[in-house]
Design a binder for this molecule. Structure first.
Ligand SMILES: [Zn+2]
Length: 433
């Protein structure tokens, strides 16, 4: 796998040129990118070839003619989904069974898995074009912010508190970029999100001056509580968050607890399937990277909702990944597009997020990130942890052929119970449905 600075520069220049041309140029670029992706998908992905078999010539199709896709359907057909016929799910699973391979590419591709407490995780295959797009477009859309961030990050340590023991992009991306493009990769200290909070606090205090923190809102809430009661005592200048819903209430609490935040709190909207979907402007709105990303706000029948209305879910189309096409892919997030243009003057459409699928687990006054739980088991798929009352949880799972199903459940239940116990929650009951 090779990262090309020249192609990254191409994305940067292209990004500037598109924004400069306003709506007309943005829409033309999006259509061109969409047709290219559809063409590749139809030609090289047996899954999409079949799915689109009834549709006319690609140049005659509009986006809403295309069927909606879901994580479970695509994962069930993984080997027919990719446009590279040589990479199989078995190969990826084998690679991922070794934790030393986190952030290590397989040939030309980086591989990560999604997180969450419900459903089967998606396995995401990223060619270098996706990484070049992320860096190029981040610079094109956030040039001033990027320069300020670089300056701030030199004043102390940069912390990343993210997904621990798993092939998550949160933990593996930094490692991957240090290998592919060391000059671009930000040096940061990684703390796994799953460890007990006392240990994390001790570790952070031991580091000294903290310049920036990147983490999930659920973890930020925990850190804020530690700061409020005086156990943490740090002065970060920038906090970046991603992955879960960030509420205005939490924002207020964080700003009060950390008056040192010179560059404030930046809420990035991203997921493993699309590492950069939108950016937050100075007015606090999120603008879609429409030249390379399509986000549709839809109702429960997957029909478009009007601007200003809250959607039931959102459909994502990633135009920079031609190896694993995500086209009208249901991501489960609820969003609302603004009717009026943004005061920042950006030509890109803006929206706010009302809910993300990723959830946190609350028991009493303890909040745990969903990433704390290891819900993977080689003999089960679609493992789900359901909270039936404040202190009672149920494990639900579809088992693959296994001679002793009770044993599989027992092992998952034990792993979940250990997490609760490690966080001081000894009264929590975990059972099987
Ligand atoms: Zn704006």
């Amino acid at each position: 796998m090779k990262f090309s600075l020249i192609r990254t520069f191409g994305y940067f220049i292209g990004g500037i040129w598109t924004a400069w041309g306003g709506r007309k140029r943005i829409e033309a670029k999006q259509l061109k990118n969409l047709r290219r992706l559809m063409q590749t998908a139809r030609k090289k992905s047996p899954y999409f070839n079949k799915l689109y078999a009834h549709l006319p010539d690609t140049n005659l199709i509009s986006l809403t003619d295309l069927p909606v896709t879901s994580k479970s359907d695509l994962m069930g057909e993984f080997d027919n989904w990719l446009t590279d016929r040589f990479l199989t799910l078995a190969q990826v699973r084998e690679h991922m069974s070794n934790m030393d391979n986190i952030g290590v590419p397989i040939g030309q591709y980086a591989v990560f898995r999604t997180t969450g407490t419900s459903g089967e995780p998606a396995v995401v295959v990223l060619p270098s074009s996706v990484l070049e797009f992320v860096y190029g477009l981040a610079l094109a859309r956030l040039f001033r912010q990027s320069m300020m961030t670089d300056k701030i990050q030199k004043t102390g340590a940069n912390l990343a508190i993210s997904g621990g023991d798993g092939h998550f992009a949160g933990a593996g991306l930094g490692k991957l970029m240090q290998h592919l493009a060391p000059r671009l990769a930000k040096q940061s200290i990684h703390i796994p999100v799953g460890q007990p909070i006392e240990k994390t606090v001790k570790q952070i205090i031991g580091i000294g001056q903290i310049a920036s923190i990147v983490t999930y809102p659920s973890m930020l809430e925990i850190l804020t509580r530690e700061q409020e009661v005086g156990r943490l005592g740090i002065e970060p200048k920038l906090i970046r968050i991603a992955g879960e819903t960030f509420t205005p209430e939490l924002r207020k609490r964080v700003e009060k607890a950390f008056p040192s935040l010179e560059l404030g709190i930046r809420d990035t909207y991203a997921c493993t399937e699309c590492l950069f979907m939108a950016y937050e402007c100075d007015c606090g709105r999120k603008h879609v990277l429409e030249d390379w990303v399509i986000l549709e706000a839809v109702d429960e029948n997957k029909q478009p909702v009007s601007d200003g209305e809250l959607s039931s879910t959102a459909l994502l189309t990633v135009l920079s990944n031609h190896v694993q096409p995500f086209i009208r892919y249901d991501i489960g997030d609820r969003l609302r597009f603004y009717r009026a243009p943004c005061a920042c003057g950006s030509p890109f459409r803006s929206f706010q997020i009302e809910g993300r699928q990723a959830t946190v687990v609350r028991v009493g006054d303890v909040t745990l990130s969903h990433l704390t739980f290891d819900l993977e088991h080689e003999s089960a798929q679609r493992v789900q942890l359901v909270q039936t009352s404040e202190f009672v949880f149920e494990v639900r799972a579809e088992l693959l052929n296994h001679e002793n199903p009770d044993q599989v459940f027992e092992q998952i239940i034990q792993s979940v119970s250990e997490v609760f116990a490690k966080n001081g929650l000894v009264d929590v009951k975990v059972g099987k449905k």
